[in-house]
Design a binder for this molecule. Sequence first.
Ligand code: ADP
Ligand code: MG
Length: 386
Amino acid sequence: MTQNSAVDPVEAVTSAFADLYGAAPAGVWSSPGRVNLIGEHTDYNNGFVMPLAIPDRVTVAATKTDGRVLRVASAQQTEQVQIDLDKLEPGSVEGWGGYVAGVAWALAAKGASVPGADLYLDGRVPLGAGLSSSAALECAVAVALVELAGLTEPQGLPLAQVAQYAENEYVGAKTGLMDQAASILCTEGHALLFDVLNLSTQQVPFDLDGAGLALMVMDTKVSHSHADGEYNERRESCERAAAALGVDSLRLATVADLDRLTDPLLLKRARHIVTENDRVVAAGEAMGHGDWAAFGRLMDESHTSMRDDFEITCAEIDVTVEVAQANGSVGARMTGGGFGGSAIALVAKEQVEAVGAAVLAAFAERGWNAPVIRTMQPSRGAGRDR
Ligand code: ADP
Ligand code: MG
């Protein structure tokens, strides 16, 4: 994997595109990764989530061509991919090119026919770190292809749904709508409170500097191989719990309903989802009031629920969160699908150094590889950069 993160991504893709295809690109588009502040595994239960866009983006330079082929190259991959637009079937393009082919396929399936094009992309969202590089890639390609096709629709939430359709049905990862909605809809300086049942969104101002706070994002660099199977198992458990309760989705269940679940495992899984939805709503209110103590407590409770009831954390993540909490974080929790990836901590600005040092020391003590620790500001969603 090549890294040229010192170079501005718009400049990097523009010059790499020209080198590869022999002319300047018609345009440059990008879309961000995300951290989820609270609301984990709730999206596919029609619940609430509260992500924000991170500064790491996937940037793509592109030009329309006369043919029926997408040629795609990535700064993070050695092979180039050629995608025949007239032979798009789920699974026909494997590997990373599948995310690009999937977006073209999903757009066509929704009646937005895609022209041939040359694309060069450079992704600065770390792959598989729980920060959703896949949705950033899909959404960057989606906004580029829609504009190259001369279309004004789909955009916004319908475009996020196209990208999710690509990931679900073309790539075959049955994820919820949060990642793509965050990548497209998030705005600078805000968290996105998203109600997946009603498809309603609210931009909640998240002024870290004004509150004297920092958002630490700690990538453990761990990705456990059983994650996909576990993810699917959690989805099925939630569906079984909803069926046992006689509701369409766990979004429609309440804490009082949980008593009716006799299977202890389903009870734990459902309890996470039901209480997590309540926590997201409360977190949205706490942020609106600038009640950071309440917001942080909800983050801590969310982590406990993910660890003990939903059982999607792992040792490296739990240690990161516990060390942050022991060193005075306002709140800390895992973010993303789980079994590795990243933890986040909301901390007073002056605590950032101490929390970071303590986490690094805890990893070193256990002989684990050092995590990558950064602070991040809520950033802008998908758009055209040049
Ligand atoms: P996450 O979304 O949590 O980062 P996923 O496994 O869902 O992890 O998606 C990672 C995959 O997305 C990579 O294996 C690769 O196929 C694709 N991908 C992401 N970023 C890039 C990139 N910059 N270039 C090529 N492929 C990428
Ligand atoms: Mg992903």
